[in-house]
Ligand binder design. Structure first.
Ligand code: GLP
Length: 249
């Protein structure tokens, strides 16, 4: 990664459904070009429309996922893959069980690893061993976090155990019965790991993301807004709905 700053491509769609469709079409094009592609995948509510469109494409016979490899960005420490709020459960439920993916090519950090620090380092190494991530899908937190890289995460951070901020715990509490059930730690790909992906697409929808999007794209890169560090990557596309783009000048 060079320290030059690049302008990302920005695509604005009228609503979240159209934005999801656009990202799914970009992803489909990538898989058709490179059937054995390695995709980096994200969780959260934002990518759900993308996964629904990918399922539609598969059901219509427009794309074959049997050769793809996937690496997910993150997982909560302390949750098993069978826990309904784990990211492994989410991925199975929202995408993998509906398409012809080879489960042996699916990679998600293990929230129950005996030694989470060592597991995180091994996960990072495995990405490299398999040739790196070709196409990375990202969401964004309202504080500008990507994956679980909270503000002040280092630009060269690798996959590691991270502490979640109160803001992120509060935002993710909607998926749990109560805020105290939200894990306080996660294993997350680092900013450095993410920026090694060849191509990155960040999808953001809704007005709650508009400040983070303006900071990420229009302010100088700073570790205070992790997504702004993507300005150092030469191939980033933001796909936004009108609400998320509202504070761009
Ligand atoms: C979590 C995930 C991020 C995601 C963010 C936003 O913190 N670790 O990868 O981008 O939530 O989630 P949502 O799309 O639900 O707003």
């Amino acid at each position: 990664m060079s320290q030059a700053v690049y302008q990302p491509k920005v695509i604005v769609e009228p609503d979240a459904c159209a934005a999801g469709q656009t990202v799914a079409e970009i992803c489909q094009t990538e898989v058709l070009k490179q059937p054995g592609i390695t995709l980096g995948l994200a969780t959260g509510s934002t990518p759900i429309p993308v996964y629904q469109k990918l399922i539609d494409q598969y059901k219509k016979g427009e794309v074959d996922f049997s050769q793809i490899n996937t690496f997910n960005l993150d997982e909560y420490v302390g949750l098993s893959g069978d826990h309904r709020q784990s990211f492994r459960f989410f991925m199975r439920d929202q995408l993998f069980r509906h398409i012809n993916i080879d489960q042996t090519r699916v990679h998600i950090p293990d929230g129950l690893a005996d030694d989470p620090d060592q597991h995180a380092a091994q996960y990072d190494a495995l990405i490299n061993q398999l040739g790196g991530i070709d196409w990375q899908l990202l969401g964004i937190g309202s504080n500008g976090h990507i994956a679980f890289n909270e503000p002040a995460s280092a630009i060269d951070s690798r996959t590691r155990v991270v502490e979640l901020t109160e803001e992120t715990i509060a935002a993710n509490a909607r998926f749990f019965d109560s805020p105290v059930q939200v894990p306080r730690r996660a294993i997350s790909m680092g900013i450095g790991t993410i920026c090694e992906a060849k191509r990155i697409v960040l999808l953001a929808t809704g007005s709650a993301k508009s400040d983070a999007i303006a900071a990420a794209i229009q302010r100088p890169p700073t570790e205070d807004c992790p997504a702004s560090l993507l300005q150092y990557h030469r191939d980033v596309t933001y796909v936004l709905d009108a609400q998320a783009s509202a504070k761009l000048r």
